[in-house]
Design a protein. Structure first.
Length: 199
């Protein structure tokens, strides 16, 4: 059995908590021992999740509390036996997307010399990104499953709309300036889309 606590929690405080909760922890441990380890895994794959174009193997370990941590090509999942691991993996991807997509967008925005007035994640079922007249850019969180070059293509596409809010030849020239092999990346993303939208 593991006890998880934030890294900044003093060891003395953890030990005090464990002593106070001794009876409850013992009962929880006994319940865990009597259960058959039936753990739900993501619907996309029986034991894997896609991240940045690579498959991470899920390694599920029983725990009183939920925690996910990447270790190379493995996504370690510490979770109670009755938890929906599929939902945990989806939440983990969303959290990674918040940081990673903002970083890639900012990186390309610096090259463009313009930044969006606002950035947010999207949960659209058919669209990878959008840009409004006010300069609000949204990127679909599911992009975090794709390789970085495809994420960069979508970011470049939406940022180019800050200059040309249409799909004119000038717009595509701007996309090509930010992402030289944009058409090839666009085709690759279209090929992968059905798989990425399954999550």
């Amino acid at each position: 059995m593991r006890i998880h606590a934030p890294s900044w929690t003093p060891r003395l405080e953890i030990e005090c908590y464990v002593r106070q909760q001794h009876d409850w922890l013992r009962r929880a441990w006994l319940r865990m021992q009597t259960r058959t380890p039936q753990v739900q895994v993501p619907a996309v794959s029986t034991a894997e999740v896609r991240y940045l174009g690579r498959m991470l193997r899920l390694e599920v370990r029983p725990s009183l509390f939920s925690e996910l941590r990447r270790d190379g090509h493995i996504l370690l999942v510490h979770a109670p036996l009755d938890v929906d691991v599929s939902a945990l993996a989806r939440d983990w991807l969303y959290t990674q997307a918040q940081r990673l997509l903002a970083w890639r967008l900012a990186r390309i925005a610096r090259r463009l010399g313009r930044a969006p007035s606002r950035f947010a994640l999207s949960d659209a079922q058919t669209q990878w990104g959008s840009c409004t007249r006010r300069g609000h850019v949204r990127l679909n969180w599911r992009l975090v499953q794709a390789p970085l070059e495809l994420i960069d293509y979508v970011a470049a596409h939406e940022l180019a709309h800050l200059v040309h809010l249409d799909h004119s030849p000038r717009f595509w020239a701007q996309v090509a300036e930010l992402c030289p092999d944009a058409l090839a990346r666009r085709a690759e993303l279209r090929t992968m889309s059905a798989t990425l939208f399954q999550v």
